[in-house]
Structure formats: structure tokens, C-alpha cells
Design a protein around this ligand. Structure first.
Ligand SMILES: Cc1cc2nc3c(=O)[nH]c(=O)nc-3n(C[C@H](O)[C@H](O)[C@H](O)COP(=O)(O)O)c2cc1C
Length: 343
């Protein structure tokens, strides 16, 4: 190992992944190895977050991370009738009941934060923006570490200015949503992002995007990262809450490319290209989170009915290297791979 990251024995972070993937069992299992587990709580109601944190604490005494989405403002009057028309035939492939237009709202960010503060977590992290200085202050008063997410050196600088403790540098290879929060997004690849960011900020950098093994983690350490955050690699672990149809799609379709798309949620995210994405290509997509709520029922039902063609198959570019093993084994294998090149 090249360097020690906030006392971790293994400088590997299991990425926060919202949507039920980062089960308390996954988070605690990873933390128990000496790496860092993360709860993706962005879509969770405050009461669910409290239960999950308590469960994690019952399973590990090691540090873990809880992650939220910084809220974005969207135009709630957006006309979504065209998107509905497009989705209707897809929905009727799955169900006979009407596709209703019930407006769902995201959980209250302030209430989510309140619960996390009350439960006192070792690390709080966030993506999609910059929280207020007062929020940072409240976590610091409890001695929680704070990690922000950046996709450009300028975003990293803005995060360093509000005194976060470390910055997740998310390259364009990464699976799931891009954490960018400025209008400028040159889609930096991970190594370039680390190199350029290292010139601008002097706090620890966490590498994220396309890291699937010890060798790729090590490459990021060589260009300045202090730890590597892996999302996709943990999706297919035993403890991951990803549906079995999602896990199967990752493990069994290694030749489909991924793409950055707004088709599922209205926010740019990387997923395996499938007919759902192809059907919406070229159409105007409502902004996040409106599109997320419009497509949510369809995607959930598709997962239940094992229809990967209609699911959001979030995946980083390295997904063909996913391993179907336990999370602790994955961390140990990666640590061994790193050691092979450093000893
Ligand atoms: C299914 C999925 C869900 C994700 N959800 C979140 C999230 O809730 N919060 C967050 O900060 N990052 C999230 N990410 C991004 C990860 O933190 C990380 O940047 C990414 O997984 C790294 O790229 P990789 O998937 O190629 O390892 C998600 C990624 C995936 C694949």
C-alpha cells in the first residue's frame, strides 16, 4: 500500500450507491475488512436512514460513510406528456394497469441531514452540489469527516474552499450519476482529472471511475489519489442489494457498451446501453428528478419481471470485470493485487 487514508488499513472505498444497493450488510462487511463501506442514502426517507445507520453500527465498530444528494432545483411544471406517450407501449409490455402520473417528491434533504447528525456518523459525503457552510460546520462540530464529489478541478477547488476533508474525483468512466454541479462538464477521464486536480487542491483525493481491481486502483495512487472508490465492482457482490436480474445483466452481458444518458432520470448517468435508452434517444427528456419519478415504476417492474431491456443498468465502463463473490473476498483480492505490485 502506498499511503494511509484516514487510518484505513486498506485504501479502498465501497462507493455509496442509492436505490437499495448498499445494504447495511454490504457497508459493514466492507468496513470490517479495514476498507470503508458507504451507505447511499440519497433516495431514503429519514426514518429508513436511521434504521440503516443503527443496523450498520450493530454490525461493525469500524468507520463507515453515509451519502446524500445535494438537492437540485427543477421546473416542476415541465410538460411530460410526450415522454409518457413514448413510455406507454413499454409499460404495457409489463403491465395491464394504467401508467399513472402520480407526482412523487424526493425525501426532505433537511430531515435526512437531521437524522444523520442525530445518529452521529464517522463520515458524511455528498454528491450533485455544495452544501451550505452551516451544514459543514454542524458535521465538523461532531468530528465527522466530510467528503464531497467533483468532476472537474474547478469543482474540486470550490469544495476545498468550504473545507471538506477529502474530494471524490469522479472520472467519466464511472457508473451511475455524474456528480457534476457546474454547467461546464468536459467529461474528464479519471487519471487526467486526478492530475489536474492535484495541481489545484492540497487535500486528499479519492479516485472513482472504472476501477475494478488492484492494478487500476494502484494506477490512481500513482497519479495522486489517496484511496480508490469502487461502485460497479461491488454491485455483483453477495451482500449487494442489486436485484438478481441486474446482477445477471452485469455478469452475463460483457459485450454491451455503456453510455452516458439522461434517459432514465433526466440527469447524466452511465448505464449499459439497452432498448430503453435507444427508444428515448434524441427526445427531449424532462430534468432530474422529474424524469426519475416518471420512469421509476416502469424500471422497478422491469427488474421484478427480469426485463433488462427496460431496466436502468447503471454500470461503469469496467463492468465486464465484475466478480460474483462476497464483498470481503473482493476487498481482500484487490488488496492482494495491490500488494503484488508494491512489494
Ligand atoms: C448503481 C450506482 C449508484 C450510485 N449512486 C451513488 C450515490 O448515491 N451517491 C454517490 O455519491 N455516488 C453514487 N454513484 C457513483 C459512485 O460513487 C462512484 O463514483 C462510481 O461508482 C465509480 O465508478 P465505477 O462504478 O466505475 O466504480 C453510484 C454508482 C452506481 C454504479
Amino acid at each position: 500500500m502506498t499511503r494511509k487514508f484516514f487510518g484505513l488499513d486498506i485504501p479502498i472505498i465501497q462507493a455509496p450507491m442509492a436505490g437499495g444497493i448498499t445494504t447495511p450488510e454490504l457497508v459493514a462487511t466492507v468496513s470490517n475488512t479495514g476498507a470503508l463501506g458507504s451507505l447511499g442514502a440519497g433516495y431514503m426517507e429519514p426514518a429508513e436512514i436511521r434504521i440503516a445507520i443503527r443496523k450498520i453500527k450493530s454490525l461493525t465498530s469500524k468507520p463507515f460513510n453515509v451519502n446524500l444528494f445535494i438537492p437540485e432545483h427543477s421546473n416542476s411544471t415541465y410538460d411530460s406528456s410526450l415522454i409518457h406517450k413514448l413510455l406507454l407501449p413499454l409499460w404495457h409490455e409489463l403491465s395491464d394497469v394504467p401508467l399513472d402520473t402520480i407526482a412523487l417528491t424526493p425525501p426532505s434533504f433537511d430531515d435526512q441531514v437531521q437524522v444523520i447528525l442525530e445518529e452521529q456518523v464517522p463520515i458524511f459525503s455528498f454528491t450533485f452540489g455544495i452544501p451550505s457552510p452551516s451544514l459543514i460546520k454542524r458535521f465538523k462540530m461532531q468530528d465527522s469527516l466530510i467528503f464531497g464529489t467533483a468532476t472537474t478541478p474547478e469543482e474540486a477547488e470550490a469544495l476545498a474552499n468550504i473545507a471538506v476533508d477529502a474530494i471524490v474525483c469522479q472520472g467519466q468512466e464511472a457508473g451511475g450519476h455524474r456528480g457534476n454541479f457546474s454547467s461546464h462538464d468536459p467529461l474528464y477521464s479519471l487519471l487526467t482529472l486526478l492530475l489536474l486536480t492535484g495541481k489545484k487542491v492540497k487535500i486528499p483525493l479519492i479516485a472513482a471511475g472504472g476501477i475494478m481491481d488492484g492494478c487500476s486502483a494502484l494506477a490512481t495512487f500513482l497519479v495522486g489519489a489517496s484511496a480508490a472508490q469502487l461502485g460497479t465492482a461491488f454491485l455483483t457482490t453477495t451482500e449487494s442489494g442489486a436485484s438478481s436480474s441486474y446482477k445477471q445483466a452485469l455478469l452475463k452481458t460483457p459485450h454491451m457498451a455503456t453510455a452516458l444518458t439522461k434517459a432514465f432520470t433526466g440527469k447524466t448517468a452511465r448505464a449499459i446501453i439497452n432498448p430503453f435508452i435507444q427508444k428515448l434517444e434524441g427526445h427531449v427528456i424532462p430534468p432530474y428528478p422529474i424524469q426519475h419519478f416518471i420512469t421509476h415504476r416502469l424500471r422497478s417492474l422491469a427488474a421484478q419481471k427480469n426485463r433488462p431491456d427496460l431496466m436502468s443498468l447503471w454500470a461503469g465502463q469496467g463492468y465486464p470485470l465484475c466478480r460474483h463473490i462476497g464483498a470481503a473476498t473482493l476487498v481482500h483480492e484487490i488488496a492482494k493485487e495491490i500488494a503484488k505490485y508494491t512489494s
